[in-house]
Design a protein around this ligand. Structure first.
Ligand SMILES: Nc1ncnc2c1ncn2[C@@H]1O[C@H](COP(=O)(O)OP(=O)(O)O)[C@@H](O)[C@H]1O
Ligand SMILES: [Mg+2]
Length: 211
């Protein structure tokens, strides 16, 4: 019997989330699972339209409150149109960034209203909390360097090192606060080493679903 499983990948820029979501999806597919890969902001046509508003333009384009509202508006569409239907179909959903990114970027690094975030989270995400969240931890100097090598440039990558240090601390605080579902991953190793750490965190859930 296979049970739906909702796995999220979180962490700063260049920590290896997209690399590892693809590797995990491949590994789970090879063992016969149905896997839906998705990402935030975005993940449904309407949420992708909101993503464009969030990641392009001047770094100071939106107030932090506007960013929180846009993120949760996108997340509502993403859940309703993509995530919840996939879980109801028994798929494993692997999501590259989710609500903890709003907590870390807007709540911690951006000094936004954490209470507002939790209120919106209860309303929008509610019972659809991730079963497992992998929080990738890495010195932002290394992560930003990797992100530059990868190419691409968005509003958040352009914020300074101080912002990204606060972001890292924010993710550590989130991992601590939601320790029941969060697993901290040391993202400083090789791609293979990180894939092994990811599998160690995922396997117990996966055996649950198979058994
Ligand atoms: N463990 C690693 N060591 C070195 N480079 C890596 C590692 N993991 C990923 N990369 C490279 O770093 C860049 C950023 O990785 P990516 O997976 O896109 O990170 P994220 O999605 O977290 O921003 C990519 O060019 C990727 O190939
Ligand atoms: Mg990525």
């Amino acid at each position: 019997m296979k049970r739906a499983l909702f796995i999220t990948f979180e962490g700063g820029e260049g920590t290896g989330k997209s690399t590892q979501t693809a590797l995990l999806a491949e590994r789970l597919r090879q063992s016969g699972n149905r896997v839906v890969e998705t990402r935030e902001p975005g993940g449904s046509p309407d949420a992708d339209a909101i993503r464009k508003l969030l990641v392009t333009g001047e770094t100071g384009r939106w107030s932090v409150t506007a960013e929180i509202l846009l993120n949760y508006a996108a997340r509502e569409s993403h859940l309703r149109q993509t995530i919840v239907p996939a879980l109801e179909n028994g798929a494993i959903v692997i999501c590259d960034r989710f609500a903890d990114s709003t907590r870390a970027y807007q709540g911690y690094a951006g000094n936004g209203d954490k209470h507002l975030i939790e209120q919106l989270d209860r309303k929008v995400v509610g019972d659809h909390q991730p079963d497992l969240t992998l929080v990738f931890d890495l010195d932002p100097r290394i992560g930003l360097e990797r992100a530059v090598l990868r190419g691409g440039d968005d509003r958040f990558e352009r914020k300074g090192l101080e912002f990204h240090n606060r972001l890292r601390d924010g993710y550590l605080a989130v991992a601590d606060k939601f320790s029941a579902r969060c697993s901290l991953i040391d993202a400083s190793g090789s791609i293979d080493q990180i894939a092994t750490s990811v599998w160690q965190a995922v396997a117990p859930h996966f055996e649950d679903t198979a058994g």
